[in-house]
Design a protein around this ligand. Sequence first.
Ligand SMILES: [Zn+2]
Length: 160
Amino acid sequence: MLADRMLGKLARFLRMAGQDVEYVREGDPLEIARRAALENRVLLTRDRKLATRKDHGEVLFIESRYPYYQTRQVVRELKLEVNADFRRCFEDNGTVQEISSEDAKTFVPPYVLESAHTFYRCERCANVYWNGSHVTAMREMVASIGHDAASAPTPNERED
Ligand SMILES: [Zn+2]
């Protein structure tokens, strides 16, 4: 998937749910649509005019302005398999690799080394992630998105 401007939060949420989502903050909408088509990605957009054009690849018009509901819509309509394995960097969609605590030493504060056992590093931005309470909270959110997406859309979700 490729999310266009105003959908940065949605891109983050979808990455948390294990999805490969690029985000383009600015630029010519048609150029962005072409890139999505070229890379074989579904374009996620709030631009209704762009979404109705037929001269580029697959597009999903995002209905809600709320990231949580946007995420549910995408998961439901594209029938995505939600998982919280965290294989994508939330910030930039880079692939994350597990690294040893020895390697993590230079990146994380000492108290983290004492409590966390698994560390991951993004190949793009070199951000280091680890399992901690915030990850548990995110896993719960991701699980609830997967669960909720199976139910019918709420009125909130359709609000423009
Ligand atoms: Zn990254």
